[in-house]
Ligand binder design. Sequence first.
Ligand code: UT7
Length: 332
Amino acid sequence: MTKINALITGVQGYLPEYILTNDELSTMMDTSDEWIMSRIGIKTRHILKGEGLGTSDMAVVAVQKLLEETNTKPEDVDLLICATVTPDMQFPATANIICDKVGITNAFSFDINAACSGFIYSLVTGSKYIESGQYKKVIVVGADKMSSIVDYQDRAVAPIFGDAAGAIMLEPTTEDLGIIDSILRSDGSGRIYLHQKAGGSVKPASHETINAREHYIYQEGQAVFKWAVSKMADVSVEMMERHNISSEELTWLVPHQANMRIIDATAKRMGLQREQVMINIEKYGNTTSGTIPLCLWDYKNELKKGDKLILSAFGGGFTWGSIYVKWGYNAK
Ligand code: UT7
């Protein structure tokens, strides 16, 4: 039987209008553009403002543009997966809400929570449904309103994150293109370094948890940094070795955008030049589930059929992984 691969046939993104600069952050906390640029590499991040607006509102715009780009009717979509750590509400799944708002009525949908690795976990999951032969149009959207869980009194966390959504369409192909291979890993012992203390079943929301600011991101930055640097590179190098891809042969590394120093260290271990790495961290910061589709969106006019891409991420959990993609079409 001919093998079916999952091909990315469209990419879109959405960034909220409001831009939070390092200079504005410096008026809110003891920080500076110089520190943020040299330690993280972020200049600006987009923030979703407005009463009653959440993660689904950003995802909806990205998905609507994706349907337009791929000439797809909402009712023809089979499955929508939303990667997020900032769902509209604890339940139902944000994916269900997105489908309702967009008019995707013949599909099933669910969320995946793998923190900053959410998009790659979801992309692999979506690709398996396509490879089964039963599903023809699968949307994977990565969306996070990180500003809803960032403590703007915590200078070690606030500069890092931004809000955004990115979405891709997966469709079947029998060509040797698309999602070729993946390595996904998790290690829950890493949760002590990066988590949200309250609001879950262990510590439901109370006046005390609010007063203790426990609904915000708790991060021990240096520990996360060390893990990220080694794990992202490990799985990316392993993927190159598995497929005999030399540094020169790899067209693009598409890394999660958490810290410019983590991106540089990963690229160095892979033997890559800066020109082979998709980078937009300076403009958007770490948008968690949004980073990888936003990179593909920003760089899509440079992508050609057959280009070899490695997508790579590390995040809370800990979770990490890499995906080998052979790009499916020339820039439209
Ligand atoms: O996607 C997964 C999500 N997270 C990550 O990937 C984060 C990984 N970690 C990191 O990116 C870095 O650890 C951070 C950017 C969070 C922090 O950078 P760092 O180089 O590890 O700084 P540090 O925590 O070692 O702090 C160095 C100094 C400290 O001052 P003292 O103790 O040396 O006087 C901090 O208090 O920098 C200080 N500092 C700041 N100074 C100015 C921390 N945050 C700031 C700030 N502005 N925003």
